[in-house]
Design a protein around this ligand. Structure first.
Ligand SMILES: NC(=O)c1ccc[n+]([C@@H]2O[C@H](COP(=O)([O-])OP(=O)(O)OC[C@H]3O[C@@H](n4cnc5c(N)ncnc54)[C@H](O)[C@@H]3O)[C@@H](O)[C@H]2O)c1
Length: 328
């Protein structure tokens, strides 16, 4: 019989790709998702329990019925800008409900969890590429919330024998190479889908915020990681915990940064179309560089990104964006 993994947020972008990777690795992913931003049609590799993570009755029933061996926790709100204008929404959903959820897991003795953290826990780092040992200094409520959850997990580890892997993703992008699921955030705030929408005429242009950063072409540099590579890292992290290894925090990135203009060039190369763009002022709180040093996780888990070169990642995102399959 397949081992069951409880996946919160499995109807979302990264969660659905991870469910596919879990299924392909021999696990049955059971998705717990309220569909507040996710899609029922993205749940293809196991059952969906439509409920909030803080719904103790639903979570306990799920655990009693399916007997999962571990949890992967994606469920969260993810819009950094909205977290600044509406912090209560972010602390309530991402922090308070996560704490309630962890307590239910603890009561049910389901004590191994892989958690979606983020590069936003570093804030504006002094050095790039960023090591896990860098100072954690988040600069918006979204990042502070993720930092709080990491701290909660550390305290649960010490007090309750609760083992976790906190995976700090850099910029998740791309889509399933088979196009079974893809990125469909509403509203979309991520660069690559926004540039593709400009190519498709779904928006008049893409805005490049800030042209005078200390980077090779003056635009911000980010580390883009293919969602399928993120998914495979989750499977490895889960298996590491299941083997009885200690908790850890790890960056998930490629170690290579691309500027906004380099991403736009890649989109033009892949689509063979001109990207309509305009320039805008810097956005407050945007660091010039955010690039991961992922040596630690590569050594720990034997994981390497395989699909994250920029043109492959853009090509997969482009195929998905053109078709818009599978959405609501
Ligand atoms: N997308 C990125 O680039 C990125 C980068 C770093 C970290 N992350 C983290 O990865 C995780 C997944 O991100 P995503 O891009 O797949 O987001 P997403 O919005 O596509 O998926 C989130 C899912 O969680 C569900 N959800 C939210 N709150 C819930 C609740 N209280 N109860 C039950 N379900 C709930 C939503 O319905 C949705 O299906 C998030 O925790 C996010 O913070 C994402």
């Amino acid at each position: 019989m397949k081992h069951v993994v409880l996946v919160t947020g499995g109807a979302g972008f990264i969660g659905s790709h991870t469910c596919k990777a879990l299924y392909q690795s021999g696990y049955l992913p059971v998705v717990l998702d309220s569909l507040v931003t996710g899609y029922e049609s993205f749940v293809k590799w196991g059952p969906l329990i439509k409920a909030d993570i803080s719904d103790a009755h639903a979570v306990k029933n799920l655990i009693a019925q399916y007997k999962p061996v571990a949890t992967v926790h994606f469920a969260a709100f993810i819009n950094v800008g909205e977290s600044v204008t509406n912090p209560e929404k972010y602390y309530a959903n991402n922090v308070v409900k996560s704490l309630q959820f962890f307590e239910i897991l603890r009561q049910c003795e389901l004590n191994k969890i892989v958690f979606s953290s983020t590069a936003a826990v570093y804030g504006n780092p002094a050095l790039n590429p960023i090591l896990e040992t860098a100072v954690l200094n988040p600069i918006n409520p979204y990042g502070v919330g993720k930092y709080c959850i990491e701290r909660i997990l550390q305290d649960f580890d010490k007090a309750y024998d609760f083992r976790f892997a906190a995976l700090r993703y850099f910029n998740a992008a791309g889509s399933d190479p088979d196009q079974e699921v893809g990125e469909a955030h509403v509203p979309e705030t991520h660069l690559i889908p926004l540039v593709l929408d400009a190519v498709l005429g779904k928006r008049p242009f893409v805005t490049v915020y800030g042209q005078n950063y200390p980077t090779s072409d003056g635009t911000c540099v980010r580390d883009y990681i293919h969602v399928a590579d993120l998914a495979s890292a989750h499977v490895k992290a889960l298996e590491h915990l299941l083997q009885g290894n200690p908790s850890f925090q790890a960056n998930l990135g490629t170690g290579k940064g691309y500027s906004v203009l380099e991403v736009i060039d890649a989109v033009q190369r892949v689509t063979q179309k001109k990207v309509p763009m305009q320039t805008g002022p810097r956005r407050e709180g945007d660091p010039s560089h955010l690039v991961a040093d992922s040596t630690f996780v590569q050594n720990l888990l034997g994981w390497t990104p395989r699909l994250s070169d920029l043109d492959t990642l853009v090509a997969h995102a482009w195929q998905w964006r053109k078709q818009e399959r599978g959405v609501r």
